[in-house]
Design a protein around this ligand. Structure first.
Ligand code: TRP
Length: 456
């Protein structure tokens, strides 16, 4: 039962603090590793276009919905749906599903984040010619080493979350986000000066519409939900710490634009970097399929080889800052994943924040150690909890808001900090999206995929 006094749950200190925290949650491995990889895999600019449509047509309305539910109830996702359920026992299941997705996504997210930290060391060891040490930390298949870095990253995440909303999460993201953007821009400017970069830029913006198929649509939608941190209540939770004079629609717009912008900019780093690697003699295509290398191979094979080719102090600086960039982006995201189950335990089971963070962090840590040894689980978890789980959560949030809680009530909450919004044309369009367009699009893509899985 709800035991914490809402006044003591904490609130964001400033408008920009919240926007940076939400943008920090959004900008993560999904942007810098996931998005460029998917672009490379799925027909370049054709994927970018579909991704943008998914973000603005499906993602943005759902983000407004999550923030509104959170601020109205001032609770974690489970508590929030309970509070608005009118006693209907099925409604809180949306919240439980979200908490489960968050926990499972976090359990593999920290493993990949651990790799980024390990590669900071890999670059250092390589520079100092400690080849054996470099090979050791660079070995993604080493379960023991993976566990060490994974748990270290988990501890960092727990430490931020124990600090609380404004002193932990807000302060950390306010510090880290500008650093992250600075590093990203510096890296891009430098990469552009290297041989091969131009070819990458051309590739990046050349659309190949022949690759569009239901699979690609699901990937784009899954990627949009993942990147915007939607569908599992992370933004219900962040919204629950908003004060009543913040304009939800405007904040959501900033966060969406920021996240999409960083993804597109990160592509300007990663794709040209691949072609720089190719100019340096690295093989960037799969010899069998002819497709560009992606995901793990791209980030942890192709790019390090490119940094090594550049060589010397500059190669070292490029490599170290790139992996630090990934690590920082991952940290501001993993804290939002952990905050969801932690706020659930605090609100619903009355634990103190510190205890809640260590217990939940410890339990997820155990799962992540299993994942560290059984890397095949990552793909399985991505399919279930990210590609299907998040859109499914988003679908249920739309249906809940549109048909159960009702748009008028949501708009009434949105009036706080945005007077007149209920009568604006925005609100009319938004309701149509929440009730019809977003859920129908999500449902079509989900059913096509599930149907495809059953048939195969
Ligand atoms: N958005 C993050 C990324 O792009 C990942 C993430 C953080 C997330 N919190 C989330 C994904 C909540 C889904 C739900 O890397």
């Amino acid at each position: 039962m709800a035991t914490t006094d809402p006044k003591h749950r904490g609130t964001w200190n400033s408008k920009i603090g919240f926007i940076l925290a939400a943008a920090g949650s959004a900008v993560g491995l999904g942007n810098i590793w996931g998005f460029p990889t998917q672009v490379a895999d799925n027909g370049g600019a054709a994927f970018i276009l579909i991704y943008l449509i998914c973000c603005f047509i499906i993602g943005f309305p759902v983000m407004v919905a999550e923030l509104t539910i959170g601020r109205k109830t001032q609770k974690n996702p489970v508590g929030a749906f309970k509070a608005l359920s009118n006693g209907n026992p099925f409604v809180p299941l949306i919240g439980y599903w979200g908490v489960l997705c968050g926990v499972m996504i976090l359990s593999f997210y920290v493993v990949i984040s651990g790799w980024t930290l390990a590669y900071v060391f890999e670059e250092l060891f390589y520079f100092f010619n400690y080849d054996a040490a470099a090979a050791y930390v660079g070995d993604l298949g080493n379960g023991v080493k993976n566990s060490i870095f994974t748990l270290f990253f988990m501890i960092l995440t727990v430490l931020v979350v124990t600090g609380g909303v404004s002193k932990g999460i807000e302060r950390a993201t306010k510090l880290l986000m500008p650093v992250l953007i600075g590093i990203l821009l510096i890296l891009i400017v430098y990469i552009f000066t290297l041989e091969g970069a131009r070819e990458g830029i051309v590739m990046y913006f050349r659309p190949d519409f022949s690759t569009i198929n239901p699979d690609l649509l699901l990937s784009a939608m899954g990627q949009a939900f993942f990147s915007l941190s939607l569908g599992m209540g992370a933004l219900i939770t962040y919204g629950s710490y908003l004060n009543k004079n913040q304009n939800i629609v405007e904040s959501a717009a900033y966060v969406t634009i920021f996240d999409v912008g960083i993804a597109v900019i990160a592509g300007l780093l990663v794709i040209p970097a691949m072609y720089v690697a190719q100019a340096g003699g690295v093989n960037i295509m799969d010899p069998v399929t002819g497709a560009l290398h992606s995901s793990t191979t791209l980030v942890f094979d192709v790019l390090p080889e490119m940094f090594h080719n550049v060589g010397g102090l500059i190669g070292l600086l490029l490599g170290v800052t790139f992996f630090l960039l990934l690590g920082l982006a991952a940290l501001t995201s993993s804290i939002s994943l952990l905050e969801v189950p932690v706020s659930y335990v605090i609100d619903e089971h009355g634990l103190k924040r510190k205890k809640a963070a260590w217990i939940v962090g410890g339990l997820v840590g155990i799962v992540s150690v299993v994942v560290s040894f059984e890397l095949g689980l990552i793909d399985i978890f991505v399919s279930i909890f990210n590609e299907v789980g998040l859109p499914l959560g988003g679908l249920m949030i739309c249906l809940f808001l549109g048909y159960f809680w009702k748009g008028e009530n949501a708009l009434l909450e949105m009036e706080n900090g945005n007077e007149g919004v209920s009568n604006s044309s925005f609100s009319k369009i938004w309701i149509i999206f929440i009730k019809f367009i977003s859920p129908i699009l999500i449902a079509i893509v989900l059913f096509t995929t599930i149907w495809g899985l059953i048939k195969s």
